[in-house]
Design a protein around this ligand. Structure first.
Ligand code: PEP
Ligand code: MG
Length: 322
């Protein structure tokens, strides 16, 4: 089987009915890029930049970040690299920042909420990203967006940093796409409004599931509620994909669900454009997708969205892919 997979390393990801999708990888550090290329990744769908900020006793400098982003972009060449801005808080703490103790950290002061309040930290990261953008195919993504206002504010800060660089005579790439993670139900529900203003969506199912089901993703006792194939999740995912496409925007998924063999046929049928997963899942996923007809999966979409329970959904997908 491994040999079969290896043959597909440099092949595009094409379904049995010749529809193309993109298989990208999630990474945490520049060292992960070699593994992505070795496993045939067509891009980076999520670069979690938190690791630059963690395990040390001060903020990473602009230069330090620039180097990391440049390394990733150069190694990936013209392949797309989606860098997510700092997603700190929740379960990820920073000892040197003295974040407040919270009763509900996952519902609290994290990610874009933190960045919009600590603009200097956010601006440093955006500058580093913009400067690095000349070295590859960069796309910038904001995490935990719950309202259009947050997106507009974050984008305005980015635009401001671009202007400053321009005034200084520092180069950055033209037309860098700016997108958001869809991982909060409010955003998934109002995806249509967002789709007019963002360049792309990436659905973060790890958080989207926990917020939709109100089940802490770290809590064993409620893990029975953590159901990726629950009809509510499929309905939100479908809504986000339709919203994006109605505005001619692309939509990816970078939560664990994107690499899940049961979910993949359903996601293909719902119209997902990009699947971002751990590098080692890419070749198995490419093999699976080559055996699936997108048109056939899409023809089951309506029926799929009428299922009542997770069990029914799983049963239905299995039946349709046998
Ligand atoms: C997600 O929430 O699905 C996601 C990809 O982000 P993280 O796992 O880093 O929260
Ligand atoms: Mg998340």
């Amino acid at each position: 089987q491994k040999e079969e997979w290896a043959k597909l390393k440099d092949e595009p990801t094409i379904t049995a009915d010749e529809e193309q999708v993109e298989l990208a990888a999630n990474i945490g550090t520049p060292d992960d890029v070699d593994g992505v290329l070795d496993n045939g990744g067509e891009g980076i769908g999520l670069y979690r930049t938190e690791f630059l900020y963690m395990g040390k006793n001060q903020l990473p400098s602009e230069e330090e970040q620039y180097k990391a982003y440049k390394t990733v972009l150069e190694k990936m060449g013209d392949k797309p690299v989606v860098v997510r801005t700092l997603d700190i808080g929740g379960d990820k703490e920073l000892s040197y920042l003295d974040l407040p103790d919270e009763l509900n950290p996952f519902l609290g002061f994290r990610a874009i909420r933190f960045c919009l309040e600590n603009e200097h930290i956010f601006r440093t990261q955006l500058r580093a990203l913009l400067r690095a953008s000349v070295h590859g195919n960069l796309k910038i993504m904001f995490p935990m967006i719950a309202t259009l206002d947050e997106f507009r504010q974050a984008k305005a800060i980015l635009t401001d940093e671009k202007q400053k660089l321009k005034d200084e005579g520092t180069d950055f790439a033209d037309g860098i796409e700016v997108g958001i993670m869809v991982e909060i139900p409010s955003t998934a529900v109002t995806a249509k409004q967002f789709a007019k203003e963002v360049d792309f969506f990436s659905i973060g199912t790890n958080d989207l599931i926990q917020y939709t089901m109100a089940a802490d993703r770290m809590n064993e006792q409620v893990s029975y509620l953590y159901q990726p194939y629950h009809p509510a999740i499929l309905s939100l995912v479908s809504n986000v994909i339709d919203a994006a496409h109605s505005e001619n925007k692309w939509v990816g998924m970078c939560g664990e669900m994107a690499g899940d063999t049961i979910a993949i046929p359903a996601l293909l049928g719902l119209g997902l454009d990009e699947f971002s997963m751990s590098a080692t899942s890419i070749l198995p996923a490419r093999t699976q997708i080559r055996g699936l007809s997108k048109e056939k999966m899409a023809s089951f979409k309506e029926k799929l969205l009428t299922m009542s329970t997770t069990e029914e959904v799983v049963e239905f997908i299995k039946e349709k892919t046998e």
